[in-house]
Design a protein around this ligand. Sequence first.
Ligand code: GLU
Length: 399
Amino acid sequence: MSLELSRKASAVKPSSTLAITAKAKSLKKSGVDVVGFVAGEPDFNTPKNICDAAIKAINDGFTKYTPASGMDELKKAVCDKFKRVNNINYDTNQVVISNGGKHSLTNVFAAILNPGDEVIIPSPYWLSYPEMVKLSDGVPVFIRCESSQRYKLTIEQLDAAYTDKTKALILTSPSNPTGMIYSREELEKIADWVCKHDIYVVSDEIYENLVYTGEKNVSIASLNDEIYKRTITVNGLAKSYAMTGWRIGYIGASVEIAKLISSVQSHQTSNPNSIAQVAAIEALNGDQSSVDMMLAAFKNRRDLIYEAVCSIDYLSAIEPEGAFYLFVDCSEALKHSYKGIKLNDASDMAKYLLDDYNVAVIPCADFGFPDHIRLAYAISEESIKKGMDRIAEFIKNLD
Ligand code: GLU
């Protein structure tokens, strides 16, 4: 058939994090001893109190439609959490529950963008943002943030990127892939800039509980009324509660934006899974000790992997302050060759690491930095040690 398929869909790059993760999982299943520093997916099981709530929901027959934008009880739990943890006041009519953080984000872009609207994305960035923006007919505008600026954007860079088409800025703190966190002072400056230019901030706070500095993450919407009005706060249960497979994300925004997102969602997917919503209520309202336990484990893993990378020639990184990713600069390693073959970018390194050393890493061309790899340390200390030994061996074998 010669019928043309959607140009927009055809232009989407499939998610390489998910593709590499699937490959590593399937190799493991077939018996290969692969260490996977791949998707940001906690290796912990979902805490028992959350699973029990879901089992009870099934047994109670809580298996029917809920309101398309989520159950009132869950919206209330989200509002309470916004107040308690983030110091932001949202009413339930400002909250929409969706099928995971990705769904929440795509809904946001569907609600705020018109064709040609520009969205500023600080680079390195999580690879799905540009594709999501393009799917809503927006135009991603990248600001390259170097390691010398701790991969964080500056106001001068924002000034240079701004045009009369700029509609929004995406902010991710703690960051995927760098683990950097914007301080209150930095956020205040960004908030002033955003208000001055009257654009939106899409604040992705999915890693808010994974902070190793001992300080609380600051939500930009909490700073003042002006930035509150312009912020869409996006979050989800996946990372904080080891609930990646349950698919519950949520947003807090103005009533107008929440209404638009609810309408879109009512046609696209209806409600998120009813059982997962009950589980999410328990996650947010119930015992939080498992969150602290997981945070402590991730901190130890952060220390371990950072130390390991620092001890390997040709690799360097900045110690992550949050999330569970180490963003590794491989530019020195890429000056060498492997088995006599020149390494063009970190994708070549990733390929040889997987083929010859059974280590899966994420090459970061799709994150805007082709000479970097990302190592997710949401795996056991033993696996981290084994994987880092293998990476060290690979580096030793470079010509
Ligand atoms: N957000 C996670 C990551 O960056 C999950 C995988 C994905 O959706 O890209 O690894």
